[in-house]
Design a protein. Structure first.
Length: 222
């Protein structure tokens, strides 16, 4: 889709509807064992995770992410290493960092990081997950289903940005809308496949997604 298409008021309204639904709007008020950052093309997520750590909300800062479809041509090394460097520049000490550089999807973020924690004999029972705003809900649903410790406390947050402020040069509006639409379909379909816990999707949110699909935002559908 073109930028002109994305600028249409009805497209913007439907995109904002999805963007707001995907966020859980959790207020972070208590400390967790670890800040767990899921890496991607949006380095603002690294900054949010590092700031939460520096503000005292976790004893460890985990970065999980290899080279995905959206970053393999953008970064010259795994996403987790790029994000960890941002945290180091912000003042996070090396001893507090845990870097998992192999995962390519959310399920692998779970499995590979859990295995790394086991290898290091770290028993962490509470996490603040940090993700892009439009991937909060699916990340939460995936971790609640797949994290091996069913009793772990899991919260999710993201950079605090309104829809109008979120897209930028590195996160173009067409790409963001396509991913938000595709992730909504995954939220609907993946519980039946055992990947996530169910999440209620209001009719107005599903209808907004269908309109966006009809406008051509279908490149990230499962």
């Amino acid at each position: 889709m073109s930028g002109d298409e994305a600028a249409q008021p009805d497209v913007q309204q439907d995109a904002e509807t999805l963007y707001e639904y995907h966020q859980l709007h959790t207020e972070i008020t208590q400390k967790a064992d670890a800040i767990f950052c899921l890496c991607s093309l949006d380095t603002r997520v690294a900054e949010r995770a590092a700031q939460l750590f520096l503000d005292g909300y976790g004893d460890h800062l985990i970065f999980s992410g290899g080279s995905g479809k959206l970053t393999q041509d953008r970064y010259d090394r795994p996403e987790a290493e790029v994000f960890a460097d941002i945290a180091r520049r912000m003042g996070v000490p090396e001893t507090s960092l845990i870097v998992e550089p192999r995962s390519t999807n959310t399920g692998e973020n779970v499995r590979y990081t859990y295995a790394l924690l086991q290898e290091r004999q770290l028993s962490l029972r509470s996490f603040i997950l940090v993700q892009k705003p439009y991937m909060e809900r699916r990340t939460y649903a995936t971790f609640k289903k797949q994290w091996p410790d069913a009793d772990a406390d899991i919260l999710v947050t993201s950079p605090r940005l309104a829809w109008r402020d979120y897209p930028n040069e590195d996160n173009p509006v067409d790409l963001v809308i396509n991913i938000a639409v595709g992730d909504l379909v995954r939220i609907r379909e993946y519980p039946a496949r055992g990947f996530q816990i169910p999440q209620e999707i209001p009719d107005e949110v599903w209808t907004a997604a269908q309109r966006l699909i009809q406008r051509g935002y279908n490149s990230h559908l499962p």
